[in-house]
Structure formats: structure tokens, C-alpha cells
Design a protein around this ligand. Structure first.
Ligand SMILES: Nc1ncnc2c1ncn2[C@@H]1O[C@H](COP(=O)(O)OP(=O)(O)OP(=O)(O)O)[C@@H](O)[C@H]1O
Ligand SMILES: [Mg+2]
Length: 167
């Protein structure tokens, strides 16, 4: 069975166990996530980073779907974080590396560990310091060819305004 098919089947089984029937939008998204997931091992260091920004109204079933597919991904090189926890961890790690040359880069290395896939749940940037960190993180994601996913209730335009600090 192809990798994406295996992932879709695993999520369908998880839905059946939970008494959930995926709606059409979730099914469409599942196809995109399964494509990303099944390509993880095939991507070369020179291929462009793949990422997916998912948004929609609250309670739409994004986190459930992300959890289900994340659990089904046959790799340990994956990181799933909630945004708030992620920034806390990043700040602590920057503090730990404060005497080193580029503490932010070292901290980003730490929190992304050896991952091929980085998945964020929610995106909220409350201050300019976090916005700068997020920009550094995204640079890192694209430079290191990580695959990234994000589930948010914010449209991409609003999220990018939060990061850049202005509309
Ligand atoms: N297709 C579905 N049918 C019925 N219930 C579902 C379905 N998909 C998810 N759920 C349930 O709906 C609830 C909300 O889902 P979830 O937390 O994934 O939404 P979300 O889009 O991440 O929302 P939030 O904005 O709160 O992050 C959860 O209890 C989840 O188990
Ligand atoms: Mg959610």
C-alpha cells in the first residue's frame, strides 16, 4: 500500500474507533497531510521545504485530525507543539545557551531536535520578541528543509501581520 494510503487508512481507523465521520473539508485536508507525511523520507536536502497552513473556525476538527495523522506517521523524527508551550521552551533554551555565540540558533536546534516534521497547533504572537523568534524559526525551517504544519483559527494574512508587526 502507498504511504499516503496507509496514513489515510490509519486516520480512518482512528475516526471509526472514536465514532467520528470525517467531513468533506477534513477529508480534503487529510489527503494533503497524508501527501506531506508520505513524502518525508523521499525529500532530498535540496528540495524546497513543504509546509501547510491550515485555518478555519474554532472547533472545526483541525487538532483532532492533526493528532490522528501525527500518531500514524511512521517516524520518531517528528515534533508536535502547542504554540504557547513552544515559546516557553524556546525562551528557556535561549537562557541555557546565553553564553554561546548564537543562543537563538542553538535554542532552535534544541527545540526542533532531529525532526523532519514540525507541527504547530495554533499561532498567536503577542509581542515583538516572539515575532522575531518566530521569524528566526521559520528561516530555520526553510533552511533546514523541515516539513512544517500549522493549525490555526487565524487567516494567514492576520497571522503574518502579527509576525511582521504591521498590516
Ligand atoms: N468530523 C467530526 N465529527 C464530530 N466530531 C469531531 C469531528 N472532528 C473533530 N471532532 C471533535 O470536535 C471537537 C473539536 O475538534 P478540534 O479540537 O480538533 O477542533 P479545532 O479545529 O482544533 O478547534 P480549536 O479552534 O478549538 O483549536 C473535538 O472534541 C473533536 O474530537
Ligand atoms: Mg485546535
Amino acid at each position: 500500500m502507498r504511504g499516503d494510503r496507509k496514513l489515510i487508512t490509519a486516520v480512518d481507523e482512528s475516526a471509526a474507533r472514536g465514532g467520528i465521520t470525517l467531513d468533506p473539508a477534513q477529508r480534503l485536508l487529510l489527503g494533503r497531510l497524508a501527501d506531506l507525511g508520505s513524502n518525508l523520507d523521499r525529500r532530498s536536502l535540496r528540495s524546497p521545504a513543504s509546509s501547510l497552513y491550515v485555518y478555519g473556525p474554532s472547533g472545526r476538527g483541525r487538532s483532532w485530525l492533526a493528532d490522528a495523522i501525527y500518531a500514524a506517521l511512521p517516524t520518531t523524527r517528528k515534533t508536535r507543539v502547542h504554540f504557547h508551550g513552544f515559546f516557553d521552551k524556546l525562551h528557556r533554551s535561549i537562557h541555557d545557551h546565553r553564553t554561546e555565540r548564537d543562543a537563538v540558533e542553538r535554542a532552535i536546534d534544541d527545540v526542533t531536535a532531529n525532526s523532519q516534521l514540525l507541527f504547530f497547533d495554533e499561532l498567536h504572537v503577542h509581542d515583538s520578541g516572539d515575532a522575531r523568534l518566530l521569524t528566526r524559526l521559520l528561516d530555520h525551517v526553510f533552511r533546514r528543509d523541515l516539513t512544517a504544519g500549522n493549525g490555526s483559527s487565524l487567516p494567514p494574512q492576520v497571522a503574518s501581520e502579527m509576525v511582521s508587526g504591521h498590516p
